[in-house]
Design a protein around this ligand. Structure first.
Ligand code: PGA
Length: 257
């Protein structure tokens, strides 16, 4: 089942320093709040860890949601440098990106670890935004579905066993060859991928579980309207364009019509 609202998540990556993130949100504070009042739309800002708590205070009482960009696969313990899902929940995060291709690549994260992270988040009633996607080489070799299936399997298996939670989960399809390149796959290709994702996730989790499918990779105002036409989609994960308020605003307005 699709979530009732569209989710537009802004992945700021490590593009803003702490000070820049605070300055950006101060400058556009009212504009973000206005944008978040849009009907049937959730705006989730995902800054890096240090900015999460100040932003949660800053947007307290508003409709703006916050998301982290990662969390630990462990509940607590001797894991220097990691941040547990409980801390994220305590500072007001409702979403958390996991398994982004940059983390799979630079931090060698495996799909099994990502599945653990999903479970830690669901225990804290944080909605995971799990990223999956194939490389250009895999796309050209027509291996997309095989790659997506391998990336999804551990997490879907774990979640299907994790019966206590009915939190929605989000799956963000981000072809690696689209991230930051200005290239967005054709609508026909994306429809095929999202129809496959719908039936594949329903097979594991049943039709009643709320699964939101997001697209990410060079989302811009030029492509947002086309993406809006892809029925199985429930929203967008926006990287570069979310660092410019006007661009982000245009994307939200074109996608959430
Ligand atoms: P992009 O990044 O919009 O800059 O391509 C998306 C992402 O990596 O989440």
């Amino acid at each position: 089942m699709k979530p009732e609202h569209s989710l537009i998540a802004a992945n700021w990556k490590m593009q803003f320093s702490f000070t820049e993130a605070i300055e950006f949100t101060s400058e556009y504070h009212e504009n973000f709040i206005d944008l978040s009042k849009k009907e049937s739309t959730i705006i989730a800002l995902c800054p890096s860890f240090p900015a999460l708590y100040p932003l949660s205070r800053y947007f307290k009482g508003s409709e703006i949601s916050l998301g982290a960009q990662d969390c630990s696969a462990y509940r607590s313990g001797a894991y220097t440098g990691q941040v547990c899902a409980a801390s994220l929940a305590q500072i007001g995060c409702h979403y958390c990106i996991i398994g982004h291709s940059e983390r799979r690549y630079y931090n060698h994260e495996t799909s099994d670890e990502i599945a653990e992270k999903a479970q830690r988040l669901l225990e804290q009633e944080i909605q995971p935004i799990m990223c999956i996607g194939e490389t250009k080489k895999e796309y050209e070799a027509k291996e997309t579905f095989c790659v997506l299936e391998q990336q999804l399997e551990p997490v879907l298996t774990k979640i299907s066993r994790f019966n206590e939670s009915h939190e929605p989960i989000y799956i963000a399809y981000e072809p690696i060859w689209s991230i930051g390149t200005g290239i967005v796959p054709s609508v026909d290709y994306l429809i095929q991928v999202f129809e496959w994702l719908t039936s594949h996730t329903q097979k594991f989790l049943g039709k009643e579980r709320i699964i939101g499918l997001l697209y990410g990779g060079s989302v811009s105002a030029e492509t947002a309207a086309d993406l809006h036409s892809i029925y199985p989609l429930s929203g967008l994960l926006v990287g570069g364009a979310s660092l410019d308020f006007q661009k982000f605003n245009n994307i939200v307005n074109l996608y959430c019509r």
